[in-house]
Ligand binder design. Sequence first.
Ligand SMILES: Cc1ncc(COP(=O)(O)O)c(C=O)c1O
Length: 385
Amino acid sequence: MDHKFIADRAAKFTPSVLMQLQSMMSGMDDIIDLSIGDPDFTTPEPILTAGYQDALKGYTHYSPAKGYPDVIQAVIDSYKKKMNIDLDADRVIIEASSAYSCFLACFATINPGDEILLADPTFLAYKSQIAYAGGVPVFFPTYEEDHWRIKAKNAEPFITEKTKGIFLCNPNNPTGACLHKEDLQAIYDLAEKYDLLIYADEIYTSYSYEVPFTSMLTIPGAAERTIVLNSLSKNFVATGARLGWVIAPPEIITSMMRLGVNVVYTAPSISQRMAKFALEQGEAYLEPIMAEFKERMFKTAERINRIPHLSVQSPPPGSFYLFVNVKETGLDDVEFTMKVLKDAHVTVVPGSDFGDQGKGYVRICATQALPKLLEACDRIEKLGL
Ligand SMILES: Cc1ncc(COP(=O)(O)O)c(C=O)c1O
């Protein structure tokens, strides 16, 4: 971007291929857009009604800086009920989305020059936010042969005296990789050995198929060096609510709160009321939605594996993303993406948008109904790549 008033800091950030694809799609009216990481379901009505009813009762103001106490309690109760994790209120803060929580977490913990480890490929906002905070993102590889699971042994060679922390996304966007208990234990052991902070993004908690979801907080000792990010966005199909929560050592929570009150001030009050209901009673409304995501993922993965030269882990491990190997087509992932967009009117995202290890893969989001997903596969197959 070139304008005399644009700061150097902002000018450095160029649009991702995903953003470019959005503009290329305009004008194609039969497009099947599988690039969007936003569930296509509307948030279940009872969750919306709970927010609305509480708004009518007057919850339309700023909340306390850390969030409403009863919403914090709902987070505590849900972790106890679902994962048998005990939390104190001073370890929880409610914030406006996990993207913003991640930003605050980076600003609260990263000093200029601190190196932060990131799995390659992963959700790239981490890289930007680490850099905004003055940190240095350092990628370590994950591999298809390992089902893309984050292995501590692959991160260790990248540790220097400047390494301060390690990011985990479990289940991972874009690979869907789910970390097993032994992976989490090994990462915790590494963090302890080198005195690292763990940033654990667990926003796809409900989308774990390969193994039951395991939080980093279940590893003994991890709570003292872990910042967990979670939100309504994916687990309660409520991306527009912009509502998240963070679990971390009390000092980090306080620091995030002090930073946050000077930016957004408090998390949206009506969305907080939705969160209270969602965490306390929302699960039942989500079950059919999660069952449908699982069916879409399993059936689309099977279908993809019947397309010559494409392959994907089947059954898929987790998330609502399929990370498809396109190497045998002879096209690289960007060429493949452009070809299927232009000739099949199907939008996918090149894997290299998520890191170098993603070269040769594309991400397909199961955020359309199954017939659409299967039609997209038919269209891609017909190209004979
Ligand atoms: C891994 C990951 N973390 C965080 C986010 C942002 O979540 P939120 O809507 O809670 O800001 C996304 C959104 O796609 C994501 O994939």
